[in-house]
Design a protein around this ligand. Structure first.
Ligand code: KG4
Ligand code: ZN
Length: 330
């Protein structure tokens, strides 16, 4: 079974064709990063306009590159939320058009379910129940994954998401947007012990909080202590990564899961990948991480989630709407 996946929730216009929820035939991602960089963040109205301009060509290119054409597609999966309302509507409407005109089933996918499903784009079986750390620009969640379609969030961020903390930290350091990959790169030349940043471990809950560390960085920079930007980036990143790893391991122990999964844009961070690998190995827990290119927003992950929803009978009606603040499982 081949699904066409569509993703336009933020600043990437993406379409993909995925076979049996596992094998990627094509995954086209048109990033608008350069357009938004000069504003220091995503401008929703500009994002919507760019999606409108490119979605038709990207859908056509996806089915052409996959060698299937629209005739070889069995169903259409699209992000229904959360995300930027106008941006979401572009992909959702395009997906509905394909589904309606071709008489294909339409499947609305929660964006975070998509990120989790990036872990299913492999021949390696997942050992359920698993625990997935989802860290993106908008989310820091710990989710129990009981099956491909049964997700139970057990922890959220109470303020900034991990990616948001990295993006805002980069802005404080005058580094440009998006900050996560820039901090990742700079930190490799820095000394993380040069400065100490607080870790908000919030014992007794699986929630996260990253606003305190952002304020600590701002104070450090304003104090004029003269640390090298590489050292500040390394120390800041280490504090965030340590918090993510420690809380994930604590939740895995408490819930007795059989495997740990990583997902979301921040899951492409080199230090998070390395430290999570070490911590899981020490704990005797198998870890699965999608390749870095499947951690950031893409439509293959939406098609993967859509495939499993379809098999579970969770098809959407053509009156499906985009929901900017869609709840997982809602
Ligand atoms: O999942 P994603 O592409 O979009 C959302 O759903 O938000 O995640 C984007 C986030 C941004 O905050 C970006 O700075 C962060 O992922 N990110 C990284 C890296 N690559 C992207 N953070 C740390 N290290 C990276 N290499
Ligand atoms: Zn995302």
């Amino acid at each position: 079974m081949r699904l066409l996946g569509v993703e336009t929730s933020c600043d990437e216009t993406s379409a993909a064709v995925v076979e049996d929820g596992r094998r990627i035939l094509t995954n086209i991602i048109a990033s608008q990063v350069d357009v938004h960089a000069r504003f220091g963040g995503v401008v929703p109205e500009i994002a919507s306009r760019h999606h409108v301009e490119s979605i038709g060509a990207i859908l056509a290119a996806a089915v052409a590159d996959a060698g299937t054409g629209f005739d070889g597609i069995d169903a259409v999966a699209t992000t229904a939320g959360p995300g930027l309302q106008g941006a979401l509507l572009v992909g959702l409407t395009a997906a509905k058009v394909v589904a309606f005109t071709r008489g294909l089933p339409l499947v609305g996918v929660h964006h975070i379910h998509g990120h989790v499903a990036a872990n299913f784009l492999t021949d390696e079986p997942i050992a359920f129940p698993a625990l997935c750390l989802v860290v993106s620009g908008g989310h820091s969640d710990l989710i129990i994954v009981r099956s491909e379609v049964d997700l139970e969030p057990i922890g959220h961020t109470r303020d900034d998401a991990a990616g948001e903390a990295l993006d805002k930290g980069a802005r404080v350091l005058g580094l440009g947007y998006p900050g996560g990959p820039i901090i990742d790169r700079l930190a490799q030349q820095g000394d993380p012990t040069a400065v100490h940043f607080p870790r908000a471990l919030l014992p007794g809950t699986h929630d996260f909080s990253f606003s305190g560390i952002k304020t600590a960085l701002l104070r450090e920079v304003q104090s004029g202590s003269g640390h090298r930007v590489e050292d500040l980036a390394a120390a800041y990143q280490q504090a965030i990564v340590e918090t993510l790893v420690q809380k994930t391991i604590a939740a895995a122990r408490e819930t007795g899961v059989r495997q740990v999964l990583l997902a979301g844009g921040v899951a492409s961070n080199s230090e998070l990948r390395a430290e999570m690998q070490k911590a899981c190995a020490a704990e005797g827990l198998p870890l699965h991480m999608p390749p870095r290119s499947l951690c950031t927003d893409n439509a293959a992950m939406i098609a993967a989630a859509g495939y499993h929803l379809l098999r579970a009978g969770r098809v959407s009606d053509l009156d499906l709407n985009a929901t900017a603040n869609l709840e997982l499982g809602g």
